[in-house]
Every structure is written in C-alpha cells, then in structure tokens.
Design a protein around this ligand. Structure first.
Ligand code: AQP
Length: 343
C-alpha cells in the first residue's frame, strides 16, 4: 500500500532545550519540510509523565515552538502545534494500550533509566509513554520520524504496534476496502554525526534536559560567554586529536566533541580531523566554542523575540492544531469503525 510521504516528530516541554535536541532533532526537521508533508509537535502530554510545574510547562511549550521556527521551520509549510490541542492523540493511545503487550513496554531501556530503583512509584503514564508516542506518529500515518539515537527503540515499538494492529484487525481492514496495511511501518531517520550528543561532563551519558549539573549541558538560550565556559571546562583527555575517525575509538569525550563540531559545521568527522588532527584541546575547544556561538546565538535571539509575542505564538499553535486535526480526525474515524465502536 502506498502512503503519503509524511514526517512527524516531537519534543517534550520538560526542561530547557539543549544542543542534543537541536542537533539530534530540530536541525534535521528543517530540510524535510521541502520534501515531505511535515508535522512537528510539542508533546506536552508526554512531559507530564513526570511532574511538571504548570507554569514551567507553558513556558517550555512556547519555547520549543519558538525554537522550531527560529531554527528555520516555516509554520505555513510545516504543521506546528502542541499535542494536547488534538485530543485524538489520547484516544488512539488508549487503543494502542490495548494492542501493545506489557512485556514490550517492560523492555524499554528509557523507562528503566528514568524509573531507576523507583519503578513501583513512577506514573503509569511513564510506563505507557511509548504507546502514546506510537499514537502521535500513527494518528497521521507518518511514514518517517527524524529522532536522535535514544528514540530508536521506541520507534521499533511503534512498528510493532502498527504490525499488530494491522494483523489483529486484518479482516475488518480488508472488508473496509483498505489494502493489506492500515498503518504504515514507519521509518526511523537517525543517521549522521551527533545523533547522540553526550554530557560535557561524562562521555558515557547523553546530554539531557534533566541533567543535574548545569555545566554538562549547553542550553539553546545560553549566552556566548556561558557556552565558551562550558566547552572550555568540558571533560576531555590528555592526548592530541587523531588524524582519522578510527583514532577516536575508546575516547568517548573526544569523539563527542568532534562529532558536535562536525554536525555544527556540516562537515564529516574526517573533514574535521583533517583540519584539527595532531592539534591539542587548547586549539580545538576555542574553535568549537566560536562555532557553537555562531550557530546558536542567532537562534536564541529569534527564540526570545518569538516567545515575547504570546498572541502570535497562540495563533501559530492554534492554526497548526486545526490543520493537524484535519488529518487526524478522518484516520481516527476509520480506527473507531475498525475496532467496532458504535457512534
Ligand atoms: N543528547 C541527545 N543527542 C541527540 N538527540 C537528542 N535528543 C534528546 N537528547 C539528545 C532528541 O531530541 C528529541 C526530543 O527529545 P525529548 O525531549 O522528547 O525526549 P528526550 O530524548 O528524553 O530528551 P531529554 O533532553 O533527555 O529530556 P528529559 O531529560 O526530560 O528526558 C528526540 O528526537 C531525541 O532523540
């Protein structure tokens, strides 16, 4: 069956946006709006799977929508909205809760990481998170999802849910005149450098909104001095940079910083090492700081301008939600019929 090439992705308003969100997700959203129908969501319902202060939730929702636009998304081309404005996300997620298996969810490494020792005491929503994510994507029959490396396992689960739904309701799908598949088997777009940006303080951990140490994370709204300070103090090692990518093996922190440089400069890791191989951190870190500031500062300035105009942001999110509903509602109507709900 052929599906309209359609991209969906989202970011949750659970903290200040950081360089990992930018390189792993937002930056890669932009070129897709010229080749696909694109839907970019601020997934506020995901954010509340852990406690969020309601004022912070609102502020971060506006900030993420502003970052999308400041990074180059055009709200006329891309649909930009916040998830809770389209109630069908919740409805489809409930149906998927009844399709997905407990064992599938229990295997999710992100749940294990976030729940830690405390798994009896976290919200039921945190456990069911991947089912809501599958609903976000399949509500629009999205064929591709750009995400960072950490989301790969959740995308595999989305495909498992789509396959099981297509299989469980195969008779009804055929009777309704659909070809063999109702939901597409969505592709994960997660290739290139900096798909997993690491903490500046620990090359084994990913950079994250919920990191305790402020120096470990470069935030989109950091000013130039702070970015330079964080990069200068980033953990590195005693050796000079290698001349080829293979020389980064086993050097987590070096691999991370070179990968970030490559992504920010739109170069390959080998190109970066052709320039900096043999040089020390005293040369590389200031160059990386200058590059990071030159890319991030204009985005931060535009984000600040946009968030100060709440009226305009509400208009953009409201318009996006209306366009999202226009795609989602007919698909949801089909799902209800397939499942056997009477209306
Ligand atoms: N460190 C990262 N490197 C590359 N990509 C990343 N992403 C997140 N961190 C990195 C990508 O950003 C998108 C949005 O992520 P999210 O906010 O919805 O969830 P997350 O992955 O759980 O992000 P955080 O920052 O770690 O948030 P908290 O700490 O609140 O859980 C996704 O495409 C993700 O891959």
């Amino acid at each position: 069956m052929s599906f309209t090439p359609r991209v969906f992705s989202g970011i949750k308003p659970s903290g200040d946006l950081h360089l990992g969100n930018y390189l792993g997700a937002i930056r890669r959203f932009v070129p897709l709006q010229d080749t696909h129908e694109t839907i970019y969501c601020v997934v506020d319902m995901h954010a509340i799977t852990v406690w969020q202060d309601p004022d912070d939730l609102k502020r971060w929702t506006y900030e993420i929508a502003a970052a999308y636009i400041a990074a180059g998304l055009d709200p006329k081309k891309s649909i930009i909205f916040n998830q809770s404005q389209v109630v069908e996300h919740a409805e489809l997620s409930w149906i998927f809760n009844c399709v997905a298996r407990m064992g599938w969810m229990a295997r999710m490494t992100q749940f294990k990481d976030k729940a830690g020792e405390n798994s009896e005491n976290v919200s039921l929503g945190l456990f069911a998170y991947p089912s809501l994510m599958a609903a976000d994507i399949l509500l629009y029959k999205a064929t591709a999802v750009p995400v960072g490396e950490d989301q790969r396992q959740h995308l595999e689960l989305t495909r498992d849910i789509a396959k099981k739904f297509n299989h469980d309701f195969a008779k009804q799908i055929a009777a309704a005149g659909f070809e063999d598949e109702f939901f597409p088997i969505t592709e994960t777009l997660a290739t290139g450098p900096a798909m997993r940006v690491k903490s500046l303080k620990d090359g084994a951990k990913k950079m994250s909104k919920s990191e305790a140490s402020d120096l470990a994370t470069i935030y989109m709204m950091d000013d130039a001095d702070l970015i330079a300070k964080k990069i200068k103090r980033a953990t590195s090692d005693a050796e000079a940079l290698p001349t080829e990518a293979a020389g980064l093996a086993g050097r987590n922190e070096a691999e991370n910083l070179v990968g970030v440089y490559a992504a920010l400069a739109n170069q390959s890791v080998d190109q970066v090492l052709a320039e900096y191989g043999g040089k020390g951190w005293g040369v590389f870190k200031p160059a990386l700081a200058d590059l990071a500031v030159s890319v991030l500062a204009p985005i931060a300035d535009e984000m600040k301008r946009l968030v100060s105009d709440r009226g305009e942001m509400d208009r953009i999110l409201g318009d996006g939600a209306e366009r999202a509903r226009a795609i989602a509602q007919p698909i949801m109507a089909d799902v209800r019929k397939l499942v056997g709900f009477v209306r």
